[in-house]
Write a protein that binds this ligand. Structure first.
Ligand SMILES: Cc1cc2nc3c(=O)[nH]c(=O)nc-3n(C[C@H](O)[C@H](O)[C@H](O)COP(=O)(O)O)c2cc1C
Length: 463
């Protein structure tokens, strides 16, 4: 037993649900991507379940894919821009954290710093930024480039991007704005710090035109799994969204990442590692298996093959027999190293055919799946948590709203009964609830307020 207290839970909302065929399910909302009432309902359900946060992924464009497969899919094709959506949800909720994805590959750090600081103000300290490097080649074509960045360059850029964003969040001291109507002083000049950043990818003078936000910095989340990703995450990330498929893989990743934190003078508790988990709930194990099989029966084979191809890095699988093994010597591409390794290792270990791998991977899109009664699901979660595979999970309901209702009504009470999960929110901000410190500005020694935080939490750039 690890003595880590209680687990953290994120509610990961792919509009119709995480399962690739979710939109066809009778208990899913087919037009979810642009249905605000749907998002409001599921966010309120997650808040009723005391989730730490809702979590929205993002892609900058419709992926390029086989048109027959694409036209049978609902994932990331027709949905709201996430920060806009979370800003609307902020006004209808009070405790739940609001985390949106913004890519470091096709954004400017100033935009990202400004939007997330705004969301943190709008929500009274509940914002989080999921820092990703775009994995998809086709996003480059929407941003005046002919080619996507190479894997290592994506992370090199991401590192500098994060330093600039954090530097911009330190623009203003906490007490800079006095707004004194008597004296006519709006802010103290000494409370303003320009960034003056000049680097390999970005030149940013500052200042950021929004006051320091309630959490100091919005919580920095990062999604990925490769060594390059770990290098960046160890420096900045406070929550990790990863995709190990087995407890052993989760434990390896967890140990590696927590060890690497020391390199940057950070304590292990400064980072919460939360793998994706898609739970298919039933009142009994048999009912859950039936629910799982029904969901998978909704997947069209063309869609299954296309998703597997995408997950492996847009490898053309058509030349290989669908009912033959997944070949050992698949070509490598410029996509996710972490996910490729997870999926090919699983296929080898379990001797799976391409059809079997495709159905399994397409269903949960290369994230861990558990099906069973509330007790079975809680057993699995408890084991991963107590055996240092994670600090909690990003729950990816396979279809929405139905599977979130099942999780909140059946599994959350079981986790609470075992004292594995909260029954009330501990604090007001996302940081309070996650158990993360409010970071101090790098200029705090000049400021009259502030607390202490390791040097590594501050950007190394600028003046
Ligand atoms: C669990 C998980 C979630 C991700 N979510 C997004 C996302 O919403 N948008 C995006 O552009 N990339 C997303 N990514 C892609 C990563 O940022 C990264 O590009 C990809 O994983 C390749 O890096 P890696 O080799 O380090 O895994 C995600 C990756 C993982 C593992």
């Amino acid at each position: 037993m690890s003595g880590k207290g209680q687990m953290r839970l994120g509610a990961f909302f792919n509009p119709t649900g995480h399962h690739v065929a979710s939109w066809r399910h009778p208990r899913a909302q087919a037009d979810a991507g642009i249905n605000f009432q749907h998002y409001l309902d599921i966010t309120r359900t997650a808040e009723r379940g005391k989730f730490d946060m809702v979590f929205l992924a993002d892609n900058l464009g419709v992926r390029s894919a086989h048109m027959e497969a694409l036209s049978r899919s609902a994932q990331y094709i027709a949905n709201f821009e996430p920060i806009t959506l979370l800003s609307a949800l902020a006004t209808h909720t009070s405790h739940i954290g609001l985390v949106a994805t913004a890519s470091t590959s096709y954004n400017e750090p100033f935009h990202v710093a400004r939007k997330f600081a705004s969301l943190d103000h709008l929500s009274d300290g509940r914002a989080g930024w999921n820092l990703v490097t775009s994995g998809q080649e086709n996003e480059a074509y929407n941003f005046s480039r002919e080619k996507h960045y190479e894997h290592a360059e994506r992370y090199d850029r991401a590192r500098e991007f994060a330093r600039v964003v954090i530097g911009l969040w330190d623009t203003w001291d906490d007490d800079a704005f006095v707004r004194d109507k008597e004296t006519g002083q709006f802010f103290h000049p000494e409370g303003l710090h320009n960034l003056n950043h000049r680097g390999k990818y970005f030149s940013v003078l500052g200042a950021l035109n929004i006051p320091r936000s309630p959490q100091g910095y919005p919580v920095i989340v990062q999604a990925g799994g490769s060594d390059d990703m770990i290098g960046v995450a160890a420096e900045f990330a406070e929550v990790i969204f990863c995709a190990p498929l087995t407890l052993q893989a989760a434990q390896r990743f967890y140990a590696t990442l927590k060890d690497r934190l020391a390199t940057h003078g950070r304590a292990p508790e400064a980072m919460k590692i939360m793998p994706g988990l898609s739970p298919v709930v039933g009142r009994t194990d048999a009912e859950a298996l039936e629910n799982y099989q029904y969901l998978n029966s909704l997947i069209h084979p063309v869609v299954a093959r296309e998703i597997l191809s995408m997950v492996l890095g847009n490898i053309d699988l058509a030349p290989y027999p669908f009912d033959g093994p997944l070949p050992d010597n698949l070509p490598r591409t410029n996509a996710s190293v972490g996910i490729f390794q997870e999926v090919t290792a699983m296929a080898r270990r379990e001797n799976l055919t391409i059809r079997q791998v495709a159905t399994r991977v397409a269903g949960a899109r290369a994230k861990a799946v558990v099906h069973g009664s509330p007790q079975t699901i809680a057993d699995m979660m408890e084991e991963w948590f107590h055996k240092d595979g994670c600090d909690g999970f990003n729950i990816m309901p396979p279809f929405l709203p139905g599977a979130l209702d099942d999780f909140v009504d059946l599994v959350i009470p079981e986790l609470q009964r075992r004292s594995l999960f909260r029954t009330e929110y501990e604090g007001r901000t996302l940081r309070d609830n996650l158990g993360l410190k409010r970071p101090t500005s790098r200029h705090a020694s000049n400021a009259s307020t502030g607390t202490t935080e390791p040097r590594s939490q501050r950007a190394a750039t600028g003046g």
